[in-house]
Structures are given as C-alpha cells and as structure tokens.
Design a protein around this ligand. Structure first.
Ligand code: GLU
Length: 550
C-alpha cells in the first residue's frame, strides 16, 4: 500500500505540514520546573464541583511553579453543546477565584498557543491524522453501524474482547483501489489508529505500559490493542486524539483529569508513541464521593445531588473563600494541619502537592463545608461581609435590597459576638445568614418559637415590668439585675439551681423570664446576647417590640 498516496487521497485539502505546526507552537519559554496546565471543560451548560476540584489542582500546580494555566474549550461533542455555556464556565470559575493566564475568554483568545476552542482546530487534527495515515499508523475504516453491531454480537457469543482490533479490523486490509472506489461511491468512513498492541497473546507475553502518575504513582496496565477512532466521519476528532494533539502543541506539562479517563490511558500512550511525542505528566484525580443516608460511600450524582452543581454554592451564597478552603482540605490530606499551624496565612501560601492527594475517592461532605465556612467567615471583616451579602442579594434575592440601606446597622449585626475570646460562629452562607439575622428588620421579624411553658401565663406581667424598668443606658449587669428583680417579684427563682433544688417553691426561674423577653424581642428562644442585641436595635425599636404584647 502506498500510504503517502492514501494520505493525499483522504486529506487533499491539508497543505500545512506537522513541522509547520511544531514551529508555530514552539516549546514554551518558561523557567525550569514551571508547569503548564489546562482545564478542558465541555460546554454542556452544567459546570460541576468536579470541574472546580480539577481546576484548583491545575491552578495551584501552574501558579505555584511560575507556570501557565489555560482554558481550552472541548466542544467536539456538538450534540451536547449549550449556548452561553462558555460564559458560564468562565464566570463560575472566576467567582471561585480561578483565574486563567491564557486561553479562551469572552473577548476571544489570549495567548500564542491557540485556537483554544477545539471545534476551530479541525485542520490541525486532520494534519496529524494525515501524518499517521502517511506512515501507515492510521487508516480509513468503512465499517457500518450494522457491521460493528454484528461484530459485537459475535464477540459476545464467543467470549472475546469487544472492539475493533486485530482480525475484526477489516478495513485495515483494503487496497488503495478498494478505498478509492468506496470514496468515489461516497461511503462514509472514520479514521482509526492502527494499533500495534496484541492482547490475544498469553498473559505473560502481553506488553504492559508503565506510566508514572503524579497522584497515583506508577500505573502498570496492559497496552492498547484497539483500533480506536481518531477522526469521526465528520472529520471531527475524538477526545483521545484531540487530547494528544492539543496537549502536545499547547505544550501542556501536566494533565489533570478525572479517574474516568484511566481506562483509556493506554490509547493515549500509544498515540503519543506513534506521533513521536513525549506524553505529559498525568494526574488522575479521585472521584468525588459522598456518604448517603445509609452511610454508604457513593459517587456524587448529577440527578440526586444538587450540591454537585457549582450553581448550588452561588445560589446559597457560599463565600468563594470558604469553598476554596474546603476544596483544599479534601484535595490535600495535610492541609488542615497546616491551617492549624498557620491560622491567618493566605491559602496561596500552602505548599500544594499532588502526592498528598487521595486516590481512592475524595469524600465530599456539606456539613464539613459548613464548619469550614464558619471559620473562614470569621476571618472576613464585617464590612467585607456586607459587600459580599449585598452582591449575593442583588443577584439572588433582590427583594432584600432594603437591609443594605443602613450600612452601620447591618455591619454591627454581622459583627455580633465575633470579637470575643471565644467568638460566635453564626455565619455560614448568605441564605442562612439572612435568615439568621432577619429579626433585626421589622418587615421580616416574626414570632417563631413559643413562650416557655413555665412562664407562659405571665407573659404580660413580665413584659410590663420589663418595659417599666427599661433604661437603654443600663450596662449589661444593671440590665440583668433588673431581670432578676422582675423574676423574684413574680415568683421565679433568681437562679436556675435554686429552682432545680426546690421546684415546688417557684413558677420557674430567671431563665424562663428572660426567654419571654427574648421571644418578644427576637421571636426566638436562641439568639446572641439580648443586651447586645438591644443596643443594636436601639431604644425605640426595643420598646416598640415589647409594647406590642401589652
Ligand atoms: N473535556 C473533558 C471532560 O470534560 C476533559 C478531560 C481532560 O481534562 O482531559 O471530561
């Protein structure tokens, strides 16, 4: 077979040579050890936690080493393309603090290694497919869907490995004349890799590939034997081929991707070999798992777990710093230890390594995220929290605009109890914060809890006495002395332990009395310090709330 002739026959329109592309995209001029990473999301409109998890690894590896991190849009699967998805990807990642140095942007490409959108790179893939054909390493395959289905049936019946390889790869043996005739006849074809692998050999003679994965250590797998499709009938590349060509020409040094790509690694290694290129360092990340209600570990699922979508965190109003901090705790097993030793350090100072990454499934846990968020928000000033809440509300709850009218008031509310030796950790995410502080605003204030049974019959006398004795300028201890006085006057123990000792002598204790006041003022049994809250509410609002019950 004259492979050169076949290549010209299949790709007459490809005039650029591989050497020209190599010259167009020379090795990058970066300092020794600098890593080049990329994120290659598919624009399906759904951007998930796994994308962010991977992006974080990419970003850290590149920026920690003085390298480059770029965005490549992997849109070869046109059936799944969603309008506006690229914008969503860029915006969501930016929101969570992931910045690209290069690649696709809303205003076109930035960088010298583009085009960064796979659907614009057709001629590049075809050029390298042409090279493989011209060297006898790839060939056109005319098998129809029906023929492939029949092959599968036969393979199943005779218990042989599925796929197109070895003797099943019938188009391998076509002569140039036969191919010419089929082309003249308009028969559709794909281009397949002509694999040298052979898995039909006795077990101990099967060639194995050994690849050092930066997360998993040495991977030892049987070589590929499949004549994998590299160009579809439309001339569009498969993921396998696009990955190899792009990551070579874009000079990616580290490919971070999900463990779902592990089984196809032998294909990629064979493609790199056949093209005469050095493969990148692979970093196959663990699957994101969660514990379900029964306590079983399972993969996060798009259908069952809303928290898989990044939109979930934005809607709920998780602060990006909290999500980042949380991701690092599941990414690197030594992060928490580092954080304890460096409570105020910037997250960027943490020495992130792929070796400390889990290989067996990263456990994702919303409760843990909430705990971390509490700590992270504690380090954010009231003024920054105000701005964050306001931005969130503008996007997701515009009806809350009025709570931002009085900046000083809201900042005081957000700062309650945060500067004590043992600070309060009330804030978790925007939606929860707004619900938590709603009683400070008259339009959202409502009675949520019941008065304690011990004092329910005395609500009016308690509140009347409270109002009569109320002096807004009382300090905390003067204020509490008055509550104690009210309690004793009305037949309640001044101390809970007195009531516990002699329950028959009292209606209840001072705690029940103060809970009545708390509910009248806040509508809730649980709240931060009442005196402090009154100072923020102001005298007028405090009196008005009590008066409403009288
Ligand atoms: N487009 C692929 C995906 O979305 C990217 C995989 C890779 O990073 O190589 O899964």
């Amino acid at each position: 077979m004259d492979n050169q002739k076949l290549a010209e026959l299949l790709f007459p329109h490809i005039t650029k040579t591989p050497e020209e592309y190599e010259a167009m995209y020379p090795p990058r001029d970066l300092p020794e050890g600098a890593k080049v990473t990329r994120l290659g999301p598919s624009p399906t409109g759904f951007i998930h936690l796994g994308n962010l998890y991977g992006a974080f690894v990419d970003e850290r590896l590149a920026h920690q080493s003085g390298g480059t991190f770029f965005l490549r849009i992997e849109d070869t699967d046109d059936k799944r393309f969603v309008e506006g998805a690229v914008e969503t990807i860029i915006n969501s990642l930016r929101f969570f603090g992931i910045q690209f140095d290069e690649g696709a942007t809303m205003d076109g490409d930035i960088g010298a290694y583009g085009d960064y959108t796979q659907s614009h790179r057709g001629e590049i893939y075809q050029c390298f497919a042409k090279k493989l054909v011209s060297e006898g390493k790839a060939y056109p395959c005319f098998l129809t869907e029906e023929e492939i289905a029949a092959i599968r049936t036969e393979q199943e019946a005779t218990k042989q490995n599925p796929g197109i390889y070895g003797k099943w790869a019938k188009s391998r043996n076509l002569s140039l004349e036969e191919i010419e005739a089929k082309l003249a006849d308009g028969q559709p074809y794909v281009v397949r890799l002509k694999s040298d692998g052979d898995l039909s050999l006795p077990e101990d003679q099967i060639r194995r590939i050994k690849v050092e994965d930066a997360i998993r250590g040495v991977l030892d797998m049987p070589e590929n034997d499949q004549d994998t499709v590299i160009l579809k009938a439309t001339g569009i590349p498969t993921y396998h081929f696009a990955h190899v060509v792009d990551d070579h020409l874009m000079r990616t040094t580290h490919v971070v991707r999900g463990a779902e790509w592990l089984p196809s690694l032998p294909i990629h290694i064979e493609l790199f070999e056949k093209l005469g290129w050095q493969p990148p360092v692979y970093c196959h990340t663990a699957q994101l798992m969660k514990l379900d209600e029964e306590g079983n570990k399972r993969k996060l699922s798009k259908r069952k777990d809303p928290e898989l979508s990044l939109d979930y965190y934005r809607n709920q109003g998780y602060h990006p710093a909290a999500v980042r901090e949380y991701l690092l705790t599941i990414l690197n097993s030594n992060f928490e230890e580092w954080r304890i030793a460096n409570p105020d350090a910037d997250i960027e100072e943490f020495p992130f390594t792929t070796e400390k990454m889990s290989t067996s499934g990263a456990l994702f846990d919303l409760k843990k995220l909430d705990d971390i968020s509490k700590d992270v928000l504690l380090r954010i000033s009231a003024s920054d929290l105000f701005d964050f809440l306001q931005a969130w509300s503008e996007e997701f709850q515009p009806d809350l605009a009025h709570i931002f009218d009085d900046r000083a008031y809201l900042e005081k509310i957000l700062d309650i109890g945060r500067h004590e030796a043992k600070p309060r950790k009330d804030h978790i995410y925007a939606q929860q914060m707004v619900e938590n502080i709603s009683y400070f605003f008259d339009d959202m204030f409502k009675i949520e809890d019941e008065f304690p049974a011990e004092a329910a019959a005395d609500v009016k006398p308690i509140l009347q006495a409270y109002l009569d004795s109320y002096d807004h300028s009382d300090d905390q201890s003067q204020w509490f002395d008055k509550i104690r006085q009210i309690a004793t006057d009305l037949g309640y123990a001044a101390k809970p332990k007195d009531f516990k000792k002699n329950p028959d002598q009292y209606k209840g204790h001072v705690g029940h009395v103060s809970t009545v006041i708390r509910i009248a003022l806040m509508g809730r049994q649980q709240s931060p310090d009442v005196w402090e809250i009154q100072q923020i509410l102001g005298e007028e609002r405090t009196r008005a709330r009590i008066r409403k019950f009288l």
